[in-house]
Ligand binder design. Structure first.
Ligand SMILES: Cc1cc2nc3c(=O)[nH]c(=O)nc-3n(C[C@H](O)[C@H](O)[C@H](O)COP(=O)(O)OP(=O)(O)OC[C@H]3O[C@@H](n4cnc5c(N)ncnc54)[C@H](O)[C@@H]3O)c2cc1C
Length: 458
């Protein structure tokens, strides 16, 4: 029987359990963590990743002799599951924690927003509105994540606590920035979870690995290989099917493979597409969950832009909805002494913005930068652009009751993906928590499975 050790990590099963041929679909953090845990149980793991790199949304790109994240990423002190994994992989000594700050750009003016005093000075709101905002933050911290908030929209919740004008000036732009025009359906539970996660330390502290996410991805890859796992890049799964008692994967290139056990980590709509023929329970097969995508530009700059780590941009005459100055957290050695800045938009994969060419996006964000920070355009040394179609699930009311289970077919097929992090914030930590939460049932249910001779990878 598998068991959790004193750090909550699932350990190798005892006598009687058989090593199974397991497939993991996806090489983002969910897939890497799932494969690592399955390998820890003694199973033969093959991980299939459609792209030619590991790390999913947290992946990096080579830059000036090192690696930078395609999309800004940080770690928070409460990211316990992720931190556990980092320590387990021997990277604990590479964690770096820093006091960081938040700004809020409204009509091109930067307002610091780091605590009660800043809020009291936040001039876009009246004094009375600032007090109501403060009370709202306090109540959220004290009440924690009230499950009742799943039935209330974030918009109604904010308006009831802080008033219509506070919602219009501060919160509507922020919700729109994250979810787009589907923000009216977003549950208040998600917003309160976000507020608790991001502002749970005073002063705000954020963390990173000194060598970046690259070191964690590489350590997971090495850990997998040490546990005997195979990693197949550029191998996209087109369908998951039944194969007698076991499972079969059909790949886009026409090949196929048989497995005793499959763990999929694709975003829910993609999982539903590849499991169409399996007759899974309606809660998994028919749940409607759309995703917001992202478009982001990375700038290497000669000089700093601002003193805070992140700053939403509201009503300032630009396309981008946020600026993140990563170098206020990450050591400059990682970028050859240059400042790393991200301009970002969360936008649907069907939007006109997402459809723009790379050149159009580079020019657009360059012009945004110059508009927001006069003179900064001349200090850009290099610029990159990245996009991803499936990032942030667009949660709907009452999602808690509908959140898909991790078990799809007991002992045979499992799902661990961003559709299951709710009401937690979509993050590497939440993905690790979903994987850790899945493992006890997977271990117990698959203990009865007998490995088949024919089960082997393509
Ligand atoms: C702009 C931005 C900022 C963020 N900031 C933070 C942050 O500060 N801190 C934080 O912790 N998190 C942050 N996140 C969120 C974090 O990146 C995600 O929570 C996490 O990466 C999700 O991991 P995943 O493995 O579930 O999915 P993904 O990273 O999307 O990985 C899924 C992988 O599966 C592969 N795949 C899918 N279907 C198939 C198939 N059929 N066959 C083969 N391969 C397949 C995909 O190619 C992909 O590599 C941020 C994300 C973005 C975009």
């Amino acid at each position: 029987m598998a068991h959790n050790d004193d750090r909550g990590v699932l350990r190798t099963p005892g006598k009687g359990s058989m090593a199974l041929n397991a497939a993991v679909i996806g090489g983002g953090i969910s897939g890497l963590a799932a494969a690592y845990r399955l390998g820890g149980l003694g199973h033969h793991v093959t991980l299939f990743e459609g792209e030619d790199f590991l790390g999913g949304l947290g992946t990096t790109f080579p830059c000036r002799g090192g690696h930078l994240e395609r999309f800004y990423h940080c770690i928070l002190p409460g990211d316990h599951a992720l931190l556990r994994l980092i320590h387990e992989l021997g990277l604990g000594g590479e964690l770096l924690w820093k006091r960081t700050g938040m700004g809020f750009m409204y009509q091109r003016r930067i307002h610091p927003l780091n605590g009660a005093l800043d809020l009291l000075r936040f001039s876009p709101l009246t004094f009375h509105e600032r007090l109501r905002m403060g009370l709202m933050g306090l109540r959220t911290r004290i009440a924690g994540m009230d499950p009742e908030l799943d039935q209330v929209t974030a918009a109604d919740w904010v308006k009831a606590q802080a008033g219509e004008r506070v919602f219009e000036i501060l919160w509507r732009p922020l919700l729109e920035a994250k979810i787009g025009d589907q923000y009216p359906g977003l549950p208040a539970l998600w917003l309160s979870s976000r507020m608790s996660r991001e502002k749970n330390t005073a002063p705000e502290v954020k963390g990173c690995l000194v060598r970046g996410y690259r070191s964690l991805i590489d350590a997971l890859e090495q850990g997998l290989r040490e546990r005997g796992a195979e990693i197949r890049l550029r191998t996209r799964v087109a369908a998951i099917e039944r194969d007698g008692e076991g499972m079969a994967l059909r790949f886009e290139d026409g090949r196929a493979g048989s497995f005793d056990l499959v763990v999929a980590t694709s975003p829910l709509p993609q999982f539903q597409r590849v499991t169409r023929g399996l007759g899974l329970a309606p809660g998994l097969a028919e749940l409607q969950l759309d995703y917001q995508g992202v478009v982001s530009s990375v700038f290497l700059m000669e000089q700093p832009l601002m003193s805070c780590y992140w700053m939403p941009v509201v009503d300032s005459g630009v396309t981008c909805q946020g600026v993140i100055e990563m170098s206020n957290l990450v050591p400059l050695e990682r970028s050859a002494g240059l400042r790393v800045v991200y301009l970002v938009n969360y936008t649907h994969r069907d939007s006109a913005l997402f459809a723009k060419t790379d050149d159009e996006l580079l020019a657009l964000y360059r012009s945004d930068l110059a508009h927001l920070f006069p003179g900064a355009g001349d200090r850009v040394v290099e610029q990159f652009v990245f996009r991803a179609p499936f990032v942030e699930p667009i949660w709907t009311l009452n999602y808690r009751a509908q959140c898909p289970p991790t078990t799809a077919i007991p002992g045979r097929l499992y799902l661990a993906c961003t559709a299951q992090v709710y009401p937690r914030v979509n993050s590497w930590n939440s993905c690790c928590e979903v994987v850790e939460g899945m493992m006890p049932a997977l271990a117990a249910e698959s203990a009865a499975v007998r490995p088949r001779e024919s089960a082997k990878s393509a």
